[in-house]
Design a protein around this ligand. Structure first.
Ligand SMILES: Cc1cc2nc3c(=O)[nH]c(=O)nc-3n(C[C@H](O)[C@H](O)[C@H](O)COP(=O)(O)OP(=O)(O)OC[C@H]3O[C@@H](n4cnc5c(N)ncnc54)[C@H](O)[C@@H]3O)c2cc1C
Length: 405
């Protein structure tokens, strides 16, 4: 697919001219945005999504009845090109709903669930979090120990999640739980939507080194979940989790980290500002800056290709692991360059540079670590021998963790 950031819709997409005019009118009326993760930014994000929702412009490929506009992937690309020409607020709070839950519901949810959950995601009304990881079930996600016991018309959940991004702001959580401990670990799990205000859901935010309360521990203490909030069938949890994780990786890659840092395409301006302040007066620093610029451009084009690929309707597979690895490496190199160029000032002065440096290490962990992405590429792309997995076919209940649960 050709990658083009400009809007060439006048000639190539005549059917979109009216809709793009309407979208331009909406965008020009919105206030200019800055990037931050504070409360005000959340409100700006919600206002932005609410303004785009009537046209289904934020999620154009979603069916119209679920908050999109049933666009083809090619039409969606044109709409996104126009969106990129205008500033947008930080949409990080809405990332899980828009990029992970929506696509997973399209693939695995019932018509009733799509109709109930997707429109409020598109309008920014509902924030979702992803409750997958647990202590001892991160890279080895199939080891989740949170149990869901069937009742008459509901399920009862008991367990602990950790690293749950935006849990303290979310209205809903997508929760992977074990429903059949006697099945091998990948087979006995089921996916649920948990309302975060249900009695027994306890959210404890964790503070990180950049001062952010990005994620939380979530305790589920005998939490009742209605039968209609189970997604797919009992035992489908792993399959659905794979869909969610694949979309997470490709969205991290195609956003180029912008959802978090807000500076994805700002490197040239950033280098210019550094030069203006005399930080680029040493040839070695100029070299490093140019290398970072080239790196970021390759990352940007790779991300654009990833987005085009995903939007073309082709199933996104293990290649999302390669995209994530490449983009994360580029973002980290840029953050560390900032550290070198700005020295102590870069760390002491609060702002996007400090934020980027302090958030950089987490990029290699969230959405699956670099090592796990390399394992996926090795096994599923290159066809190398799989790592030994002794517990793969054993009932989870006889595994070390299952035995303790
Ligand atoms: C900022 C941030 C946000 C996050 N948000 C969420 C969220 O919203 N929801 C959610 O569910 N999770 C979230 N996570 C959790 C994330 O998915 C896990 O941290 C990640 O999968 C790693 O799991 P772990 O922390 O348990 O580390 P472990 O799995 O214990 O890994 C420890 C180390 O061992 C390495 N390792 C483990 N297994 C292998 C192997 N087989 N081969 C080679 N190396 C291996 C890992 O690469 C890592 O370096 C988030 C994490 C971060 C940092």
């Amino acid at each position: 697919l050709a990658i083009d950031d400009s809007t060439s819709q006048d000639t190539e997409y005549p059917e979109l001219i009216d809709t793009l005019e309407q979208l331009t009118e909406v965008l020009t009326q919105l206030p200019p945005s800055t990037d931050s993760v504070d409360h005000e930014a959340a409100q700006r994000g919600r206002a932005y999504l609410a303004a785009l929702a009537p046209g289904g412009w934020m999620v154009p490929t979603w069916p119209t009845e679920y908050g999109g506009r049933t666009s083809t992937p090619e039409q969606a690309q044109v709409i996104r090109s126009l969106l990129r020409q205008y500033s947008s607020p930080d949409l990080y709070l809405f990332f899980v709903g828009l990029n992970m839950v929506g696509p997973a519901l399209l693939a695995h949810g019932s018509a009733e669930q799509r109709a109930r959950w997707m429109p409020p995601i598109a309008t920014g009304e509902d924030v979702w979090c992803q409750m997958f990881s647990e202590p001892e079930a991160g890279s080895d996600l199939a080891n989740v120990a949170t149990q869901a016991r069937p009742m008459q018309d509901s399920w009862r959940l008991q367990g602990q999640k950790v690293w749950t991004s935006r849990a303290h702001r979310a209205g809903w959580g997508l929760c992977l739980a074990r429903t059949d401990p006697d099945q091998p670990k990948h087979r006995g799990m089921t996916m649920f939507a948990v309302r975060m205000t249900t009695p027994g859901v306890i959210v404890r935010p964790l503070v990180q080194m950049n001062g952010d309360q990005h994620f939380s521990e979530v305790f589920l203490d005998d939490v009742e979940v209605g039968a209609t909030d189970m997604i797919g069938q009992p035992g489908d949890g792993w399959k659905i989790a794979q869909t969610v994780l694949t979309h997470e990786r490709s969205s991290i890659a195609s956003s180029g980290g912008r959802a978090r840092t807000g500076t994805g395409s700002a490197l040239p301006r950033w280098l210019q500002a550094l030069g203006d302040h005399g930080n680029l007066d040493d040839p070695a620093k100029v070299d490093a800056a140019i290398a970072a610029f080239i790196d970021a451009e390759v990352g940007r084009l790779t991300a654009a290709r990833a987005a085009a690929y995903a939007q073309s309707g082709r199933r996104v597979g293990p290649e999302s692991s390669g995209q994530k690895l490449r983009v994360v490496a580029s973002l980290k190199r840029r953050a560390y360059l900032a550290q070198v160029l700005l020295g102590a000032d870069g760390l002491l002065a609060e702002g996007p540079t400090q934020d980027e440096v302090l958030a950089a290490p987490s990029l290699s962990i969230r959405g699956g670590t670099d090592e796990i992405q390399r394992n996926i590429i090795a096994e599923r792309v290159l066809g190398l021998p799989a790592e030994p997995r002794a517990d793969r076919d054993l009932p989870w209940s006889v595994s070390r963790r299952g035995g303790l649960a």
